[in-house]
Design a protein around this ligand. Structure first.
Ligand SMILES: Cc1cc2nc3c(=O)[nH]c(=O)nc-3n(C[C@H](O)[C@H](O)[C@H](O)COP(=O)(O)OP(=O)(O)OC[C@H]3O[C@@H](n4cnc5c(N)ncnc54)[C@H](O)[C@@H]3O)c2cc1C
Length: 459
């Protein structure tokens, strides 16, 4: 009997009703996350627990039988963090999908991890409240996955990443122990900030089974505009100019020429197909301040070389313009295999990063479409290959490594929001240094001494 068989037998005795998938066809659906081009293992079994108690028992038994565990949310991750490990137990949290309490008096919400980001946003909005983190995948990704990756999105420039909105967590440790890291207090300096440690740890330190998230009052309708440019450099300079002008729009997103064409081909949005780049700028400032913020942004953009501006006339048109950005990845995927990267630099270096990406892709003759959260200094260069290109994997490695090096040389990071996962591990010591990685290993060793939680991811 393997360790996994023994674990499944024990689980069956403890929780006969627990949802367990053991059929190979069912398990196959949990092999990959959104990095389908990466190699991944077939999970030995997939558990879909419905309570913290079940998660705790699963982890306790996994420790007893030395079985590796992969925590998983909706599987939309872009770093291979939730991809299967051959013979391991994948624990999928999507059935733990209840919002437990919306607390307007304390501006917070208590939720299980399987709730979809958009559903949480809608639920709190009905109370006049706002949960800002909004990855472009917000209609399909889970709060647990957002916490696991410290997800970013389209409004970090004003509101920060997922980590900035977490007050406390319930976490199941590798041996099954359940801990709480915080609660509803806005300020809490008792001991180390375990909350911030678990957020972004990609399922390597514990399984998050509940979260208390900060909220704020729902802002009014957004003012939305698109700005087009004759060169990518001008768009980069406009991003820097907006920051220099002290503007903090809620959204400041960039799409390059390749991405504009792909989105327009797929969805006929009527974008300026001749433009070399486009910025999506939005303000959620109260009342007339939103229009005033866009007026100031427009002036800075035109001074930086913007060629034309389109402003949304109403909420429906704003939503339509916003779609141009949200649909970018799927539009590119219609054209071939896409390898998406996630580099970040200090905001003022965005023009340099754009130039480096263009230069590197051209030098290798690789088609690269870049879009991303330019206002955060976070760009997604997407390498687009023919589906049957035999050289795609090799070229991806070469181009991506050069882009990573360029980002680091500009004082940046190899991943701003998708995480190291399985995809970028070798770059962690290069970016952070051996000392920092040794400190991370010490933390991992203390919390997961048997190394059962998502082994081979991050570290
Ligand atoms: C079209 C598209 C657009 C995207 N846009 C963005 C974007 O704008 N910004 C952004 O940041 N990301 C984006 N992503 C990436 C992805 O959606 C996010 O990383 C998201 O946070 C993953 O959530 P998930 O529920 O799918 O998690 P999964 O992919 O299932 O898991 C992600 C990681 O979290 C861990 N994890 C999951 N649940 C738990 C838990 N309960 N406890 C502990 N660890 C857990 C997993 O082990 C894994 O390492 C995009 C993806 C797609 C496909």
């Amino acid at each position: 009997m393997t360790g996994l068989d023994a674990l499944l037998a024990d689980v069956g005795r403890a929780f006969p009703a627990l949802r367990l998938l053991t059929d190979p066809t069912d398990r196959e659906g949990y092999r990959h996350d959104e990095t389908a081009y990466m190699e991944a293992g077939l999970p030995g079994a997939v558990a879909l627990p419905g309570s913290t108690e079940e998660v705790s028992t699963l982890l306790r038994l996994a420790s007893t039988h030395r079985v590796a565990v992969v925590p998983r949310g909706a599987g939309t991750g872009l770093s291979g963090g939730a991809a299967g490990i051959e013979g391991a137990l994948t624990i999928v949290l999507t059935r733990m999908n209840r919002i437990l309490e919306i607390d307007p008096d304390n501006l917070c919400v208590v939720t299980q991890p399987g709730v979809i980001n958009a559903e949480l946003k809608d639920a709190v909005a009905r109370h006049g409240l706002f949960y800002p983190p909004d990855p472009a995948s917000y209609e399909s990704c889970s709060i647990g996955g957002n916490l696991g990756t410290n997800a970013g999105g389209l409004c970090c420039v004003k509101y920060g990443q997922t980590r900035d909105w977490v007050l406390g967590l319930e976490v199941v440790l590798a041996d099954g122990t359940v801990i709480r890291t915080g609660g509803r207090t806005v300020k809490d300096t008792a001991g180390y900030s375990l909350t911030h440690l678990f957020v972004g740890s990609q399922g390597t330190l514990g399984v998050i089974t509940e979260a208390t998230l900060r909220l704020r009052p729902l802002p009014g309708p957004r003012a939305t505009m698109l700005a087009f440019f004759g060169s990518l450099a001008a768009a980069g300079h406009a991003v820097a100019a907006l920051t220099r002008a002290g503007l903090v729009p809620v959204t400041l997103e960039l799409l390059d020429h390749e991405t504009i064409l792909a989105v327009d081909d797929a969805h006929q949005l009527g974008l300026d197909r001749a433009a070399a780049a486009m910025l999506l700028v939005e303000s959620d400032a109260p009342g007339t301040a939103a229009a005033a913020e866009l007026d100031a942004a427009e002036a800075a953009i035109l001074a930086a070389g913007g060629t034309s501006i389109v402003r949304a006339q109403d909420a429906q048109e704003a939503d339509w313009l916003r779609q141009a950005r949200r649909l970018a990845l799927r539009a590119l995927e219609r054209q071939g295999t896409v390898r998406m990267e996630d580099v970040g630099v200090p905001r003022a270096r965005v023009p340099d990063l754009l130039a480096a990406i263009e230069r590197i892709a051209a030098a290798h003759g690789v088609r690269c479409a870049t879009f991303g959260h330019a206002g955060d200094g976070n760009l997604h260069p997407n390498l687009v290959f023919d589906r049957d290109d035999p050289d795609a994997a090799r070229l991806t490695h070469v181009v991506r490594d050069e882009i990573f090096r360029a980002a680091l040389d500009l004082g940046g990071t190899v991943t701003a929001e998708h995480g190291i996962g399985a995809a970028r591990r070798e770059w962690l010591p290069i970016q952070k240094g051996e000392g920092a990685v040794a400190a991370m290993r010490a933390i991992k060793g203390a919390l997961d001494p048997l190394g059962i939680l998502n082994p081979g991811r991050v570290l």
